[in-house]
Design a protein around this ligand. Sequence first.
Ligand code: ZN
Length: 484
Amino acid sequence: MVDTLVSEASGLSLWGFKSPPSHQRILILCSVLGTFSSAAHAKTLRYELSDFTPKTFRIVADFSEVTRIVINPSPSIQPFISDLSLQTEAPKAFPLKANQPIDLRVCKKQCRLSYVFHYRDAAEKIDDIDRIGLQDSLVIGDPSLWLFAGDSDAADAPDLATLSADTATSSHMAHGFFPAGPSYWSWNPRHKDGLAPMLIGDIQRETLQVGASAIEIVRAKSALPINEKSVLAWIKNASSSVAQYIGRFPVPKVLLYLRPVKGGGEIRGGKTFGSGGATILIPVPTESDDASLKRDWVLTHEFMHLSLPLLPRQHHWMEEGLATYAEPVARYRLGFLTRAQVFGDMMQGMPSGQPEADDRGLDHTPTWGRTYWGGAFYYLHVDIELRKRSQGKIGVENGLQGIAAAGGSIAELWDVEHVLKAADKGTGFTVFSDTYAKMKDKMPAEDLDRLWKDLGISADAKVLHFAEKGEMARVRESLLSGKP
Ligand SMILES: [Zn+2]
């Protein structure tokens, strides 16, 4: 199962693919803003999209609340921008030349920048799906490339960005931004290193509600047919497992882009993007059926990623470790795995996460084993400690609830201290921080055989036996069930 994963490479995107991604984005830690308690007081940048055609759409960006900034469009995107004009007290055309900044300090009160984006040409020429490219027949790209925002470090930078679109434009787009009202969406525009990807083109979509959250399931209208009933049940089961584990689905909305791939077999990988919103890309074999999808762990793993804010690259193990550790436990709680499967996989996987002789701690040893299983061991250790101290009542899921209560999710970029503090607050203990301090720079290898024995697990001819009596057996059962 999980032990076939290889290292995920990017801080902005979390890969579950079995081969490394082709492109790596470097994550730069942005200033932490937390949640917006009152959008009314935030300096807002408003985007309206309109005039959709098979090759272009218009963007009107209203900078009236943030006029003291200069915009430097990416040189690679400039050839695909036309009809740029600035509407201010004295409207004027605004010729865009290569490498010429757009200085909005000429505005006083009114400041609306209007331009046409040639998205189809950009996708064909740039042809890089991590920036803008084509997948199936859809354009996929990072909307920060064409939603001009200016320098996010400027004193007058906006605190909030909102997006709305006319009906025709809206029906040809899907994005990971969270809803902020009946027909508009919002995000933190200071996430300048990229935003959760957007899809543009002939899209078929369906929305699945998980409690108060929406999973927007999309694929290209021209995509190969898939076994829709089984696929929908698969998405329901994975999302319910994560919602049940944490207490609610971790984000108000996620864009789930399904890419049918010809053939059968298992789901081979997925990719989760955060920053400003949440988007998951996942290839689905056209011959997938109930049986193969019931075995799948990848989608639950990707949904679990949504609960944790994006962290600087050195803490990537904390992101992968959570998804690796909590995915089987969450699936167990809804009856999709047995106790023997959960612990059997842990016993098989955990040894590859233990430190070797040259280890420099979880923050400084970015190998596959330390990232996935070293990270998973961190959460197992945290869970056991919390259960011991709380008579089984408190565990890792309470830490995730603490992060959610502080406004954390994959849409945010936090530093590690912020995550640990919020997680500890959710539990009432300092186990997340204390365990991190113990494992980040160096840690001795754990005697895992001893640990399994302590937890009352023994193996005989590959069959696991579970002792039902004793304090540690109770700890083991409470971390599995979430109940004391
Ligand atoms: Zn992952």
